[in-house]
Design a protein around this ligand. Sequence first.
Ligand code: ADP
Ligand code: MG
Length: 690
Amino acid sequence: MPPPTPDTPLQFLKGVGEGRAALLAENGLATVRDLLGFFPFRYEDRRHPTPIAELGHYLDQPVLLRGRVVSAAAKVSPVKRMKIFEALFDDGTGTVMLVWFNQGFLADQIKRNDRLAIYGAPRLSSQKGRLQIESPDWEKIDEESEHEGSIVPIYSKIGNIPPKAMRRIMVQALEALPSLSDPMPADVREHLGLAGLAESIAAIHRPAELTPEFLRYRSPAHLRVVMQEFFTFQLTLRVRRATEDVKKKSRAITIDDALRAEVKRILPFKLTGAQKRVLREIADDLRASRPMYRLLQGDVGSGKTIVALIAAMIMIRNGHQVALLAPTEILVEQHFQRIGQLLDGAVVVARASGSMTAGERRTLIAGLREGYIQLVVGTHAILEEKIAFKSLGLAIVDEQHRFGVEQRQRLFAKGDTPDILVMTATPIPRSLALAMYGDLELSVIDELPPGRQQIRTAVRSPAEAERVYRFIDDELSSGAQAYIVYPIIEESEKLNLKPLTLGFESTVKRFPGRRIAMLHGRMTPGDKEATMARFKNGEIDILVATTVIEVGIDVPNASIMLIIDAERFGLSQLHQLRGRVGRGERKSYCILMHGTKVAPDSADRLRTFEKTRDGFEVAEKDLELRGPGEFLGTRQSGVPRFRFGNIVRDHDLMEKARDAAIELVEREGAQRGDELARRLLGTAVEATRD
Ligand code: ADP
Ligand code: MG
């Protein structure tokens, strides 16, 4: 039979009958090519046998033994009434008992005097107090002992296919490697410094050495397969963007001295270096002929809003309108107030929300259509079909994680390819941002305005509650305000407010004489707004709330954030909550109270958070701990799943892949980029993806 090729269906391999072929196909493995991309999930180094005399040092650790069967017999276990097969094994330094359960057929396969390689973990048998190895992997040395004395790849189990059979099938698949063509053109490969595909695949299935870089997925072979996957992904995004955005903007934006002077007049402070840099990036985009699609990231309090506002001024003074979208009505209200203070009548600003009266709505619609309203701040109500603009030039979206592709398209439809600036206070690790939004440009404000308070973070147990409450009471006496946050999932359909109302009641009892209010997502927008306004004006001392206060709320006098059952929040969420304090002159505190039955690793997580101030660092940790899907809150969050690459582990490669893809499209054009992307997708070993 000729050797298999990458396209050979698996049923033509030895050891794959109809049943196994079907089983493999169910798991996405139909051809030899698919199988080549089915990588071992770990390896066992079976090159160095351990003398049986030393087994006592290796309790519960898998070891390799080489020796001879002294005696072998099938029995019925007296305790569990289970069939067992026992073999006494000798390597010249000592003997050990090998035991298999319910594998009576072994009596036909393992005989006295057979030479075997054994792989398994020694343990003390409970009945006899002697060392034994239960259900070890075994192989006869004299026969075709292909794995004995080598590094053995371990594949995740598919159905009931035994590991040994899987390895035999794989050995045949590897014979197809010489006919596997490399879809990466030589120049691109060279440019990226990548190893050949066939040699890389061979090395991953049958490594010669388990070097530290190999085990960390950083060997040339690993770099090759991960880079190819990431590069293909990024190239697809770039090509799509290059061809999609041929639609040029018709507006011409200029920034003259009068505009510069006006912006200077408006600014109540000097911009930080990071703000200036980011503003330049945005201004360049606004003047370019291609529409802007930029993600502006910055830790809470880094001053994104003012940057966005200057961008808005540029657009408005060039005769176009601007929309600012925020996720909640509270935030809309806050932006509206702040913009009002800063611009002080220089621009006509309106609000849009779901709770507008019919009259307000009519005024808004007319004002936007006629171009009288220059800046509209609103919730998703702005995206309603009835809302049309005279000339929408820029859309600013606050809090990107609630803004999807669909919304983006609806915005596009409202203007002449408006520029889009997405702002997020949830610092998404760059790797994830690039993976999710490879077609966005990234700007990062990585510097806080001067004079920021450091927030003291402390983890406390319920046993320390009394002390915590006394401390808070003292702070309140000196004029501070506090948030107490309960872990209530705002998104859930049947919102159970009981823990919050109980918390409210106990807070009222604990702090007699203080002014206390509740805030949660099920209140009417009007009630929420009124409560926030009272808190902001200092008419409320303690706000007992859910995470509705998580995003962007700015009350400078609030200096205490107490989070109840803190282990139930994600790290990024905790960081957002912490960012609500430390916004004014007062020394600020974030106290994480964990529950009575907190798991040790949850407590560790909180302690890590206690020590980490930087939002990006928190986000990286959160991502590491929870994975991208959880991190972003939902499965359908649009995070692509990769077969070989791991966004956390390989984030550096994602950036490299992106740069390379951008460069390729610039150098060779979208056409060649498209051809290459198709070829990479069509012939890659990782073509099957779930
Ligand atoms: P973000 O939206 O990034 O969380 P904001 O834009 O709300 O941050 O800014 C936080 C606070 O810092 C605001 O009160 C803002 O007026 C102030 N601020 C922003 N930039 C500066 C700066 N360069 N110097 C001083 N204060 C600033
Ligand atoms: Mg903000």
